[in-house]
Design a protein around this ligand. Structure first.
Ligand code: NAD
Ligand code: TYD
Length: 356
């Protein structure tokens, strides 16, 4: 038995693979294009373990996907591969359309072809698990009830629109062809190995470099934050016990304003790596131009997952932030390795003119 994990060299995918191989005997085939966000160093811990195999492929390449299924005969696919950064999707949505929409279609199509050739028992046990986001549900007002699985899809960014499209394709492959799919919609993840374009790792690295900590708008947009290991555990539970065709919301139950998140990062840094001048890192906070179409608030109702999967997040925000800050402090070589020229160009363009 084996599973295929697309995007297994990215942030959540690599955490999923490391947790999986650390706990279970079953092999994993990582399928990854290694975009700027993918890094084989993320899974280097298992580089010499025969249970880890790597296929350097683009999920948009249908023939390559069919070959992966034929070569590895997986019992399941866990589909993480995507373009994931909202600001980049605003800058240029093309890659998001290609990977998130066309790539999910090619992967579904290859999975369907493979699934149709399986024995009846193997076909009934096969699963295609699509990893999605709470951003497909749109935005909430301050008193809006948290998103349930039946909340309409109302995506507002190019990123969330492409993820919503992918969710619909996955649903259609179940309704039309009977492919045994599962979908998870999760809130904002944080933890080790997150690419430093996203809020939390960007703030850690900017703080340490003495740079501005740029908060979009008034800094009061709200996200629900989940520690990445809790998300990975939820995905494993859905894979084990979820019902085909069902959607499961996952989240940390920890709603925070962006300014509260950044202050928490600063407080941890003040504790473990105080500024040489004795001041707080929070002095580096600056308010900058808002993101266009910036969703005001996400909140997620995870009662279905808690009730039906016997899953709940185990990490508090405070504990997760401490572990995350400490990981970035201890992994300077990883940080240096992901700060390529392309990364530096992105940061220079996105944050032009806001250095203190
Ligand atoms: P990431 O950007 O860190 O990693 C994405 C991975 O996908 C990289 O390894 C990249 O090389 C790979 N990839 C991109 N395009 C590809 C292609 N065409 N073919 C093959 N591989 C390709 O992303 P992440 O934050 O780990 O997110 C993983 C998944 O979880 C995504 O589907 C995302 O929408 C979803 N998700 C993320 C969050 C979050 O907070 N980060 C929350 C909910 C859901
Ligand atoms: P991000 O990590 O990009 O995740 P998402 O947009 O998918 O929720 O951003 C999290 C929040 O932080 C979001 O409200 C935008 C905000 N943000 C900033 O204020 N400054 C920044 O430099 C970044 C990257 C994000």
């Amino acid at each position: 038995m084996t599973i295929v994990v697309t995007g297994g060299a990215g942030f959540i995918g690599s955490n999923f693979v490391l947790d999986w191989l650390g706990a279970l005997a079953e092999p994993v085939v990582v399928v990854d294009k290694l975009t700027y966000a993918g890094n084989l160093g993320n899974i280097a811990e298992f580089a010499d373990d025969p249970r880890l195999r790597f296929e350097h492929c683009d999920i948009c390449d249908g023939a390559a996907m069919a070959r992966v299924f034929a070569a590895h005969a997986p019992r399941a696919v866990v589909h993480f591969a995507a373009e994931t950064h909202v600001d980049r999707s605003i800058d240029d949505a093309g890659a998001f359309l290609r990977t998130n929409v066309e790539g999910t279609f090619r992967l579904l199509d290859a999975a369907l072809g493979y699934w149709r050739g399986l024995s009846p028992v193997a076909a009934s046990e096969f699963r295609f698990l699509h990893v999605s986001t709470d951003e497909v549900y749109g935005t909430l007002g301050p008193d809006g009830a948290p998103f349930t699985e039946t909340h309409p899809h109302r995506p507002n960014s190019p990123y969330s629109a492409t993820k919503a499209a992918a969710d619909h394709l996955v649903r259609a492959w179940f309704q039309t062809y009977g492919l045994p799919v599962l979908t998870t919609n999760c809130s904002n993840n944080y933890g080790p190995r997150q690419f430093p374009e996203k809020l939390i790792p960007l703030m850690i690295l900017n703080a340490l470099a003495g740079k501005a900590l740029p908060l979009y708008g008034d800094g009061c947009n709200v996200r629900d934050w989940i520690y990445v290991a809790d998300h990975c555990a939820g995905v494993r539970r859905v894979l084990e016990t979820g019902d085909p065709g069902e959607v499961y919301n996952l989240g940390g139950g920890q709603e925070k304003t962006n300014i509260a998140v950044v202050r928490a990062v600063c407080a941890r840094l003040d504790e473990v790596r105080p500024r040489p001048d004795g001041k707080t890192y929070a002095d580096q906070l600056v308010f900058v131009k808002d993101r266009p179409g910036h969703d005001r608030r996400y909140a997620i109702d995870v009662s279905k997952a808690e009730r039906t999967l016997d899953w709940k997040p185990a990490h508090t925000f405070e504990a997760g932030i401490a572990t995350t800050v400490d990981w970035y402090l201890a992994n300077g070589a990883w940080v240096a390795s992901v700060k390529t020229g392309a990364y530096r160009n992105w940061i220079a363009r996105q944050y032009a003119g806001i250095e203190p």
